[in-house]
Design a binder for this molecule. Structure first.
Ligand SMILES: [Zn+2]
Length: 126
């Protein structure tokens, strides 16, 4: 997939790059989100019977369960496999860590110590 490689927090224009991106199947995303939803929900159900935890714990679990499930669903759209790209600042080969999820993909160029980000290119109008 074509990406815009940029130095994090830099005003420099991003450099076009290429990242191998694996789309996570819908069933896997749904399974993760539902697993978290029912796992945390079960934890909340257990907390109802625990003295000292049931007041705050149940409320926290009730608030956190839908949020955590939703963000897991939103975030796990793709994964990036381990690969090497050229740093836009120093041109050194940079290893992208395996199983990175969510945009922007963030990784470190160790030779120059620069934090890099990769985003899909913005669609051009028209
Ligand atoms: Zn670099």
């Amino acid at each position: 997939m074509h990406v815009d490689l940029a130095v994090q927090y830099s005003e420099r224009a991003p450099v076009p790059g290429e990242l191998e991106v694996r789309i996570v199947p819908l069933a896997v995303r749904l399974g993760k989100a539902l697993g978290l939803f029912f796992g945390l929900g079960g934890l909340g159900a257990v907390m109802v019977f625990l003295p000292g935890l049931h007041l705050c714990g149940v409320v926290l679990v009730l608030l956190a369960t839908p949020l955590v499930s939703w963000f897991t669903w939103q975030r796990a759209v793709f994964t990036v496999g381990e690969q090497t790209v050229a740093c836009p600042k120093c041109q050194a080969p940079v290893r992208v860590p395996a199983n990175t999820v969510g945009w922007p993909v963030r990784f470190l160029c160790e030779p120059c110590g620069t934090n890099l980000t990769a985003n899909p290119p913005k669609a051009t109008p028209g």
